[in-house]
Design a protein around this ligand. Structure first.
Ligand SMILES: *[C@@H]1O[C@H](CO)[C@@H](O)[C@H](O)[C@H]1NC(C)=O
Length: 265
């Protein structure tokens, strides 16, 4: 009886700890889920060679595409359950520690683009912001009600893009295939900008199951962490602070989700 109970409760705990990037803010305005390709479930992708690694498993195109300007600040928002934006629940629980990556890909049409066929560049990343103690990007996400800010590069060409937000959970990553990838793609149209065409990678393709940031035992003092994938376009790689990371929220907590977010056609 006892082992049975333990098994069931650990299954419930791990299912409840899964999570989804599901909302988007543009310059502090809540656009809810109006341009996300919402994944069918909050379960992770674990095969780095699968086409599902691009935009999750059979996520349908969104009816909406969000129009943004180059240089805008976008906030991607993650929660454990699609129907809940409560800040009382960790964005991603269950000790699912790991980095955050945000990529973009220029596409002909954001509604119809296939993520696994797109050419991606990274626009931001956060791995281990502090080593005193080791403190992960996902903990910063949890301190901030699932909110993570990224800036659309000012120099990129106008047009349609997919934006791909990802958490890699490393709690069982010390065996090959253990790392858990949680990603959603958002449909964007970017106005303004310039003519820059950042160097790109394929997804799947840019990650290897044995990359040092993917096959890793995190239950030891790390001090450094090799964030998987390319370095972000026009941003320095983040440093690891040797002072404790502040656990207070840095997002504007006055900006609560609206009952009726701005909808995007
Ligand atoms: C993008 O594709 C959708 C769906 O096929 C279509 O309705 C829309 O007109 C296309 N947009 C552009 C700018 O071509």
């Amino acid at each position: 009886m006892f082992p049975y109970v333990v098994l069931i409760s650990s299954l419930v705990a791990s299912a409840a700890a899964h999570a989804t990037f599901q909302e988007l803010w543009i310059n502090g305005v809540d656009h809810g889920g109006s341009c996300v390709r919402l994944p069918l479930s909050n379960s992770p992708v674990t095969d780095v060679t699968s086409d599902d690694l691009a935009c999750n498993v059979n996520a349908s195109p969104s009816p909406g595409t969000c129009t943004v300007n180059a240089g805008d600040t976008l906030t991607v928002e993650m929660h454990q359950q699609p129907a809940s934006r409560s800040c009382a629940t960790q964005a991603i629980g269950g000790d699912h520690y790991g980095p955050i990556n945000v990529y973009m890909a220029k596409v002909a049409n954001a509604s119809t683009a296939v993520g696994s066929a797109a050419a991606w560049f990274k626009i931001d990343e956060m791995g281990l912001p502090s080593s005193n103690p080791d403190y992960w990007a996902t903990e910063v996400l949890n301190d901030n009600c699932g909110h993570f800010d990224v800036k659309i590069p000012t120099e990129i060409e106008p047009g349609d893009y997919l934006l791909r937000a990802e958490v890699i959970a490393l709690h069982v990553a010390s065996t090959v295939g253990g790392a858990q990838f949680y990603m959603s793609c958002y449909q964007l149209h970017v106005d303004g900008g310039g003519s820059a065409t950042p160097a790109t990678v394929s997804i799947p393709g840019t990650y290897n199951a044995e990359d040092p940031g993917i096959l890793i035992n995190i239950y030891t003092q790390l001090n450094t962490y090799d964030i998987p994938g390319p370095t972000p376009y026009n941003l320095p790689s983040p440093t690891v602070a040797t002072t404790a990371w502040p656990t207070t929220a840095t997002w504007n907590t006055a900006s609560q989700p609206t009952a009726d977010p701005t909808n995007d056609p």
